[in-house]
Design a protein around this ligand. Structure first.
Ligand SMILES: [Zn+2]
Length: 301
């Protein structure tokens, strides 16, 4: 048994299990979270902490893999209770001044913004910690290493802890019980080559378990990373096959959903599982990400 076991708190996003995780590690000084989820799931986070005899005030540090709302939305609130927030340098300015982040999310989610994500408060300024790539983060007797991990977003770190790698979104989306993966291909910084380079870097680390935020801790990191890479290759090939006909972003959405549903049928996924994946990773968003990637990266040369 590990000295400091990792406890999975299911944030039960939108009332559904296995969508967004927060990982809790207790130590002599309190508790560390890897990801804290959005503001809307704070009650579930607090309930998860309470099950371990803890409250939100016991959280001394939150390691964010990146600043997307489903990972980082509650960080400002936790910082107001005293937690240090650890984030990639590219994400740090937005954690202090989230107005732009909130405005761009509101353009996507409109009047569902509050229901889905709740409040996104700014992080208290002197409680933001910005480690460098490969820097060791020491918290009591716990040791983490930040690994720069672009591909899904330019503000993305993975964190190594003992033999576990917390992969945020760059490790894809995998729901427990299924040997099936999906990639969150969000705009505007999706980049296939950078994502592949991140996977190559992760393969150089000694990883025995892999913990994507969506969802859980898996003990087959080699299969997992290979599957992410296969999915990247397949998505890029698919994009190359559909973009020459110059679809609009709306047409691309329809085609992506059809392609994904076809995959789901081939694997005999039941509808409940497909829904769970859609919740963790709306396909509309991946279509936008693919579209922007094509125009911004591929068309640019
Ligand atoms: Zn993300």
């Amino acid at each position: 048994m590990a000295k400091n076991p990792i406890i999975i708190i299911d944030l039960n996003f939108q009332g559904k299990p296995h969508s967004i995780a927060s990982y809790l590690i207790g130590y002599s000084g309190g508790a560390v979270l890897i990801e804290c989820g959005p503001g809307s799931t704070l009650p579930a986070l607090e309930a998860g902490l309470a099950r371990e005899g803890l409250s939100a005030r016991d959280v001394t540090h939150v390691l964010l893999t990146h600043i997307h709302l489903d990972h980082a939305g509650a960080a400002g609130w936790l910082s107001q209770l005293g937690a240090q927030i650890i984030v990639h340098p590219n994400g740090a300015p937005h954690m202090l001044n989230p107005e732009k982040l909130i405005a761009s999310a509101t353009r996507i989610y409109k009047d569902e913004m509050q229901t889905l994500w709740g409040e996104f408060l700014p992080v208290v300024e002197n409680q933001l910690k910005v480690p460098k790539d490969a820097e060791e983060i020491v918290i009591g007797d716990l040791r983490f290493v930040a690994i720069n991990a672009p591909g899904h977003a330019e503000h993305h770190y993975c964190y190594l802890f003992e033999n576990v790698c917390f992969t945020g979104d760059v490790g894809g989306i995998r729901i427990p019980g299924y040997q099936y993966m999906r990639l969150p291909m969000a705009p505007p910084e999706l980049n296939f080559d950078k994502w592949r380079a991140t996977l190559a870097r992760l393969r150089q680390e000694k990883i025995a378990r892999i913990a994507p935020t969506h969802f859980g801790i898996f003990d087959d990191p080699e299969w997992h990373l290979r599957e992410v890479e296969k999915d990247l290759d397949a998505a890029e090939k698919w994009l190359e096959s559909v973009m020459p006909s110059n679809p609009s972003v709306d047409e691309l959405r329809v085609q992506l959903i059809a392609w994904m549903n076809e995959q789901g049928r081939a694997l005999n996924l039941d509808q409940r599982v497909v829904k769970a994946y859609d919740l963790a990773n709306p396909l509309d968003m991946s279509a936008d990400g693919l579209y922007r990637y094509w125009k911004r990266v591929r068309m640019a040369g």
